[in-house]
Design a protein around this ligand. Structure first.
Ligand code: SAM
Length: 283
């Protein structure tokens, strides 16, 4: 069977079950371990029997069990790099790429260098590792600490750091509990979904992303309140910043918490026009 035929067949199987057809292309491309350019240039080549077999088994798994692409192949692409994912880490999302983009833009615009950065709630390590690699390319020197409460998540993050040749200091910590130094920037994409919203969450998120990575007390605001209330002890000086990814309905509540704790706050929207990033500076 040629690639084009396998793709057409997979698309039609997905279409019949009202599933997103783009998965067919990415799944095959990832199984073949090719870039988009390589993949597109070999569109009419024949596939090995073994690949065809694995490919259609995984298409069936996706159809029958709603398994996301990242869990079919065991990795997610984030900022053009490969990150291993398992049941112990959140598959990094596109919205978080926008958070990383904002941090890098801020560093570039302000010509910052020699930065100590903390990634709180690091999960797969996607934020910490991407910042290390992207800033290295811009000749920005960084010392990056990444922490998480989950031992299992930290093991995946360490593997991702090794695979991406990123030198990161990983610490197991319940928020700031084991953090003992000060930072120029604190970045965090903490759990932020209210437990009351559990029934509204898509099944493939509930079944494959760890709940410890998704849900937070206090209507989803627990981590923002805790981090904002304690952050001053961990920020180098008045120019130090906190960058958060936030839930799209949480902007106003996070503004209130910030003002109460003497932080100025700017909320930025994502590409879908929804509140997504909060930038806090000591008032
Ligand atoms: C939304 S995920 C973010 C993962 C990653 N930073 C990303 O953006 O893809 C939140 C992470 O917070 C971690 N976490 C949950 N409770 C925590 C706590 N009390 N202290 C530190 N990390 C915690 C979870 O283990 C999970 O890895």
């Amino acid at each position: 069977m040629r690639r084009e035929q396998a793709l057409n067949k997979a698309c039609s199987l997905l279409r019949e079950q009202a599933k997103e057809e783009s998965l067919a292309k990415f799944l095959l491309m990832y199984l073949l371990d090719e870039t988009t350019i390589e993949f597109n240039s070999k569109f009419f080549e024949k596939l090995d029997e073994e690949i065809i077999d694995t490919y259609f088994k995984l298409i069936s798994t996706h159809i029958n069990e709603d398994t996301p692409l990242s869990h079919l192949v065991g990795f997610e692409i984030f900022y053009d790099r490969k990150f291993s994912v398992t049941k112990d880490v959140l598959s990094p999302r596109m919205e978080t790429e926008e958070l990383v983009y904002e941090v890098i833009k801020y560093i570039k615009n302000n010509k910052l260098n020699n930065l100590k950065i903390l990634d709180l709630c690091t999960g797969s390590g996607a934020i910490a590792i991407t910042l290390k690699k992207e800033l290295e390319q811009l000749n920005v020197n960084t010392e990056i600490v990444a922490s998480d409460i989950s031992f299992e998540a930290l093991n995946i993050a360490k593997k991702n750091a090794e695979n991406n040749l990123a030198n990161i200091n990983f610490i197991k910590s319940d928020i700031f509990d084991n953090i003992n130094c000060k930072f120029d920037l604190i970045i965090s994409n903490p759990p932020y979904i209210s437990k009351d919203e559990k029934n509204d969450i898509q099944k493939n998120v509930l079944n494959y992303d760890p709940h410890i990575a998704l849900f937070a007390e206090e209507n989803g605001l627990y981590f923002y309140r805790n981090i904002i209330e304690n952050a001053k002890k961990y920020l180098q000086n008045d120019n130090s910043l906190i960058f958060f990814e936030i839930g799209y309905k949480q902007g106003n509540d996070i503004k209130k918490i910030s003002i109460k704790n003497n932080f100025n706050i700017e909320i930025k929207k994502d590409i879908n026009g929804k509140d997504r990033i909060a930038i806090l500076k000591i008032n």
